[in-house]
Design a protein around this ligand. Structure first.
Ligand SMILES: [Zn+2]
Length: 184
């Protein structure tokens, strides 16, 4: 017995939907799309990866309930390639323009990473703003300084900062840079 029907946006045809039908025991899952395999990107995205951007807004609750019923019960075919992950529009994501500048003004831009001592992240950000800085959570080539709990670490933010030749300073050094803009 079909317990849930979930309309999922077609990746290619705007305004078109495919419908996933799920039985109440979660053991029977089918999609109306022409994919020949019993598994498809609609099922993968909605019931395995738990994405909702492509679900009809009226069916989001059904999708949540169907996912809860099917967890661990849907076999992902061997060799399955989730190429839909690159369909950013379908996933409700937008690619930023290559020259996107997160800076809102002419102020210098600082990013924080790791657990910095003595203050909460919120306090670090507030203090930077008081001293004339803008803050970002995503280092890019527009970031002037990355303040790192471990400047020698290898987190994604640190790697991004290095690849953009961004200055990386410790929390201690930041206290000087924040005010003077340079290291003494
Ligand atoms: Zn499908």
């Amino acid at each position: 017995m079909v317990a849930w029907q979930i309309r999922v946006h077609s990746k290619s045809a705007l305004g078109m939907y495919h419908t996933i039908s799920v039985s109440s025991d979660g053991l029977s899952v089918a999609c109306s799309c022409p994919a020949t395999d019993p598994f498809c990107s609609h099922i993968d995205a909605v019931l395995i990866a738990n994405e909702r951007a492509m679900v009809h807004s009226a069916d989001v609750e059904a999708a949540d309930a169907a996912r809860a019923a099917t967890v661990g019960k849907i076999a992902v075919p061997e060799g399955w390639k989730a190429t839909w992950r690159r369909e950013l529009g379908w996933r409700g994501l937008q690619r930023r323009a290559p020259n996107y500048n997160p800076r809102q003004s002419g102020k210098p831009l600082v990013c924080f990473t790791g657990t910095l001592p003595g203050k909460t992240r919120k306090q670090w950000i507030a203090e930077a703003k008081e001293n004339g800085w803008e803050t970002t959570d995503e280092p890019s080539r527009f970031t002037d300084v990355l303040v790192a709990a471990d400047p020698e670490g290898s987190s994604a933010k640190l790697r991004a900062a290095r690849s953009c030749s961004t200055a990386i300073v410790s929390a201690e050094e930041w206290q000087i840079v924040m005010v003077d803009g340079v290291l003494a």
